[in-house]
Structures are given as C-alpha cells and as structure tokens.
Design a protein around this ligand. Structure first.
Ligand code: HEC
Length: 226
C-alpha cells in the first residue's frame, strides 16, 4: 500500500517537474514576441511598403477637383455610428466632427482622445485628413478609432469635401496640372455644384480643348473663390 502510494506520488512529482520544465522552455521561446511588435509605427516605412498605399493614389488635390460633397454625405453614413457632425452635436464613441477641418487634431476639448492621436499634433488639413481616413492606425498608433479606413481615394476626397463643408470651408488646395482626373470628372457628368462642374462647363464652351491641363485651371479658380 505504502509502496504503491510512493510510486504514484513519484509519478505525480515527476510529471510536475516535466511540466515546470516545459513551461520554462515555452516562456523562453515566446518571450521575445511582444518586443518585436513594438517597432511598427514608423510612418515613412508604412507608406513605402504598404500595399495600395499612398504611393499609388493620385494626389488629394487632384481628387478634390472631381469630388462631390453629396456623395461624401452618403459615405458619412459609415462614420455616423460613432460621430455626429452637426454644430454642437453630442460626442458619441467618437467626437463631434463639426468644423474639424482647419482645427487642431483632437479639436473637442472635453473628449478623451488617445495619446496616439494627441501625439501627432498639428491642424487638420487636406493631406493629413486624407492619410488619417486611409488608415487611422497607421496615422496615429494606438488610436481609439476602430475603423479600418477607406481604401478608395475618390471616396476619401468626397468625404473630406463634405467634412470641409460642415463649418470649416477651407479653400481647396491648388489643383495640380493633372490630365486624367479632369477627364474622369467630365465623363462622370458631375453636376452637383462643386469644383468638377465648372470644369465640365469649360469644356462644353471650348470643345477644341477637351480635358487638357487648361481645363483644370478654371476649376481651380472657381474652387478657390467658392
Ligand atoms: C467605431 C467608431 C468610429 C467610426 C466608425 C469612425 N470613427 Fe472617427 N473617431 C472615433 C474615435 C473613438 C475617435 C477618437 C480617436 C482617438 O482619440 O484616437 C475618432 C476621431 C476622428 C477624427 C478626429 C477628430 C478630432 O477632433 O481631431 C476624425 C476627423 C474622424 N474620427 C473622422 C471619421 C470619419 C470621417 C469616419 C467615417 C469614414 C469615422 N471617423 C468613423 C470613432 C469612430
């Protein structure tokens, strides 16, 4: 009886020692993983290496020429689960977004922004809003905005134009002398009273110069005076 007990006790003890050993080894092996992941948020690297990232997108200034605030308003439905955008609207999961463009990052005083977003600093403009909406986590490591981002560059431009129309009304950036975006805008027959519409009219009045770099110039002038 006693012998049997000792044998069993021995096995139990032995098993325990083996388990302890295995645990130590496993801890050694996996110890380094969390450390490796800390290196990621380096913005330059993200942009250069990211698939379908900034490098391939047309510049935001060009996309704004063909942007449409009405389409942007429709796209904002994706945001409205977390954000209001009316003047004086309540904060939800995310802060109220009235007059965000042109305001400092983290523009609602009472809202508990993440340290990641606060660390970025600066003011919201066309370029950084475009980067933010493309990939919030790449823009501000540790952001509380659990939103994957919008990969379609034209949809981002639509949204940003809509955001800008909600209390900000910053002047549009100068359109680069790009040929293709102007042609696309005309083809889409975009007639909702933004920068693309004057470009289309310009072409109709001067059929000899279809969608050239010149066509972008009146659009730019109109947009700036808007
Ligand atoms: C799941 C909820 C959620 C969704 C969906 C969401 N956001 Fe956010 N948003 C947040 C949170 C939370 C913050 C605060 C981020 C932080 O502190 O890191 C934020 C911050 C922002 C800011 C910065 C505001 C400031 O005061 O600086 C902007 C701009 C913004 N969101 C725009 C959008 C847009 C546009 C969309 C839709 C395309 C969107 N968000 C979708 C939750 C969301």
């Amino acid at each position: 009886m006693n012998d049997k007990f000792n044998t069993i006790a021995g096995w139990v003890l032995g098993g325990g020692i083996v388990l302890l050993g295995a645990t130590l080894v496993t801890n050694e092996v996996f110890k380094h993983h969390p450390l490796e992941q800390k290196g990621y948020p380096i913005e330059g690297v993200e942009e250069a290496g990211g698939a379908g990232g900034a490098a391939e997108d047309p510049p935001i200034a060009a996309l704004l020429v063909t942007a449409d605030a009405t389409r942007g308003e429709a796209a904002f439905r994706k945001c409205s689960t977390c954000h209001t955008i009316n003047d004086g609207g309540a904060n939800g999961i995310g802060p109220n977004l009235w007059r965000t463009m042109g305001s400092p990052l983290g523009h609602i005083p009472g809202f508990a922004y993440s340290d990641g977003l606060k660390a970025v600093g600066g003011t919201w403009g066309w370029e950084n809003m475009n980067d933010w909406l493309r990939n919030p986590r790449a823009f501000a490591a540790g952001t509380k905005m659990t939103f994957a981002g919008i990969s379609n560059p034209q949809e981002r431009a639509d949204l940003i134009l809509y955001l800008n129309a909600q209390g900000s009304n910053l002047p549009l950036p100068a359109a680069p002398a790009a040929e293709a975006p102007a042609a696309e805008g005309d083809a889409a027959g975009n007639a909702s009273g933004n920068a693309a519409a004057p470009a289309a009219e310009g072409n109709a009045a001067a059929p000899a110069a279809p969608a050239s770099a010149n066509a972008a110039a009146p659009a730019k002038a109109d947009a700036a005076g808007h």
